[in-house]
Ligand binder design. Sequence first.
Ligand SMILES: Nc1ncnc2c1ncn2[C@@H]1O[C@H](COP(=O)(O)OP(=O)(O)OP(=O)(O)O)[C@@H](O)[C@H]1O
Length: 357
Amino acid sequence: MDEAAVRDRLRTVEDPELGDDIVSLGLVNEITVEGEEVAIDLALGAPYSPSETALAGEIREVLVDEGLEPDLSASIPDRDDVTNDEQVLPNVKNVIAVASGKGGVGKSTVAVNLAAGLSRLGARVGLFDADVYGPNVPRMVDADEPPMATEEETLVPPEKYGVKLMSMAFLTGEDDPVIWRGPMVHKVITQLTEDVEWGHLDYLVIDLPPGTGDTQLTMLQTMPVTGAVIVTTPQDVALDDARKGLEMFAKHETVVLGIAENMSTFACPDCGSEHDIFGSGGGEEFAETHEMPFLGSIPLDPAVREGGDGGTPTVLEDGDTGDAFRTITENVANNTGIVHRRGVSSGRASETPSPDQ
Ligand SMILES: Nc1ncnc2c1ncn2[C@@H]1O[C@H](COP(=O)(O)OP(=O)(O)OP(=O)(O)O)[C@@H](O)[C@H]1O
């Protein structure tokens, strides 16, 4: 079988989300055939996301059915085409910012569980606690080991649950109130991203400070954010704040990967029934109204708080609440993949002359 024949066979593989075959969408970067061995480079950008893993499985199956031995690799053209010196965080494939319109809605909880959940899927993950106002991620994952400084004056982040961790708390101490101004934020964030030995990462999850002010905007401008996750509770006030969050991302042209609703239904351990303490369904309605993906709801569950007080992140535990975090993790990864594949296929569409040109 030659390259053209392989390409032809790949036309039978449909992208699960974009509604066309992978060749027409421009997702096949390169095919090299040597005897029965066929190496294929695909434009897939969300490692270990369930939908891209399934897609790769399907591609392999089609080729194996033809008696070939496939060897698949993935690269994202828009990131990989820029030389390393020009890039912030060149070895990080995806930067995912976790944001909320106001404090206390569970943003850090979602960031920690998302990072641990992605690591559980097999990905290489970092978690950057950029909440300058109240950095609490180290406490949540019980990481009392500070980063190590190298001779080159870079920092090696400690690791917990397979996640590399960096936090403002390592630098300022958790209890020191810090007043941050724009230029300082920019400088510190640049240092914390550039001087940290993150190594090669599939995902760097960033826990942004709550709110939608200058600090948050500076952070978005400093880092190459792939997409943002907005955390909200079903309460109207929080949803109003979530609206401001959307406006901030629109202003900065940041893709929103979806809305996660936290503290939805309370499953009462004593009486066994469910209570909608803050109302329910608000997050999903909000996502629908704004045509944003809905990532899932997390129940109000004492185990989440215990997990956040130095216990194991709930996403790593059995049970319904763990399932809820796993669903959100998978949706975030899948939506990250959609962002890249859509970017590749729309770039290709603009290169192709339209019929009447
Ligand atoms: N689904 C949940 N069920 C029970 N407790 C939760 C849940 N989500 C978060 N919590 C608890 O609520 C508190 C606030 O959560 P968290 O620190 O994640 O919020 P936050 O939005 O990051 O707050 P801030 O950024 O203002 O510090 C924590 O004690 C956390 O353990």
